[in-house]
Design a protein around this ligand. Structure first.
Ligand SMILES: [Zn+2]
Ligand SMILES: [Zn+2]
Length: 274
């Protein structure tokens, strides 16, 4: 069993209205032992219209102040461990900015995520215009590799195959066999740097595929490449979605051969048997 959800958002994120207190209460009601807020910070997010400019900025000062209040609240501590992390959206132009952002406050956990490739979000239909699906997917994975070669200050890489949620592809077009050499290098770096990945259930709720991100075949290849560090994240943006798919995720991981789930405090992993 898994009792920790290490990826969720609150109204500190531009795309969530959820109060932290409502998220915490829902997690307690669902029987979780540990949660981590990972609100979005995508510095200079490149894709939206001027009206939506800075939609994924994070008020880190306020966020941290709130975190301290929660950490010191004994009525919460007695029921659940609440950690404060961040989902940092990265792309080449912001490497230097991101280095500063991570160091600004003492976070428990940093998820590094690619929400764009070539400065366009695969969530937008325009990403897929004029490019065949395989090249669109490849472009996304190649940018993950570039980010890994240039940025170290994170704990796990988020929803590795996020791009496939948003385009129509055949099984063959998505198959890891098409991208295996890129993934071999991605996982070599992740394992060498002692980082991890997550099993993210957001794709079960959103997008075309009703599958975890990354898919079980990518998770299997991670294991084959020596990957051990893995967290569970619902990517919930509202209280109802907390822990979504947590038992299924546990089964998927066990079937692949994972024995432990990781959770992070003060940027250090602990491992809990599943
Ligand atoms: Zn994300
Ligand atoms: Zn997220």
């Amino acid at each position: 069993m898994i009792f920790s959800d290490q990826h969720m958002h609150s109204d500190f994120s531009g795309d969530s209205d959820a109060k932290m207190s409502d998220m915490i209460n829902s997690a307690i009601n669902k029987g979780l032992k540990t949660i981590c807020f990972t609100d979005h910070y995508d510095p200079l997010f490149p894709c939206y219209t001027p009206e939506e400019d800075n939609i994924f900025d994070l008020d880190t000062k306020k966020y941290h102040e709130n975190a301290v209040i929660i950490r010191n609240d004994e009525s919460i501590q007695s029921k659940i461990n609440v950690r404060i992390g961040m989902e940092l959206g990265i792309y080449p132009k912001v490497y230097e900015m991101c280095k500063g952002i991570v160091k600004e406050y003492p976070y428990d956990f940093i998820i590094l995520s690619s929400h764009t490739a070539g400065e366009t979000d695969p969530y937008l239909p325009s990403y897929w215009e004029g490019i065949n699906p395989i090249d669109g997917i490849k472009k996304y994975y190649e940018e993950i590799l570039l980010n890994l070669q240039n940025f170290d200050d994170f704990d796990i890489y988020g929803h590795l195959d996020y791009c496939v949620r948003y385009t129509k592809t055949t099984k063959e077009q998505r198959s890891i066999d098409t991208y295996k050499e890129i993934f071999r290098e991605i996982f070599r770096i992740i394992v060498d740097k002692n980082k991890g990945i997550e099993i993210n259930s957001g794709g079960l709720r959103k997008g075309n595929l009703n599958e975890f991100n990354p898919s079980p075949e990518i998770l299997s290849f991670y294991k084959e490449c020596g990957g051990e560090i893995i967290t569970f994240g619902s990517d919930a943006h509202n209280p109802d979605d907390i822990a979504y798919g947590i038992n299924e995720a546990c089964e998927v991981l066990k079937n692949i051969g994972f024995k432990y789930i990781a959770e992070f405090k003060e940027r250090k992993a602990s491992y809990i048997k599943i």
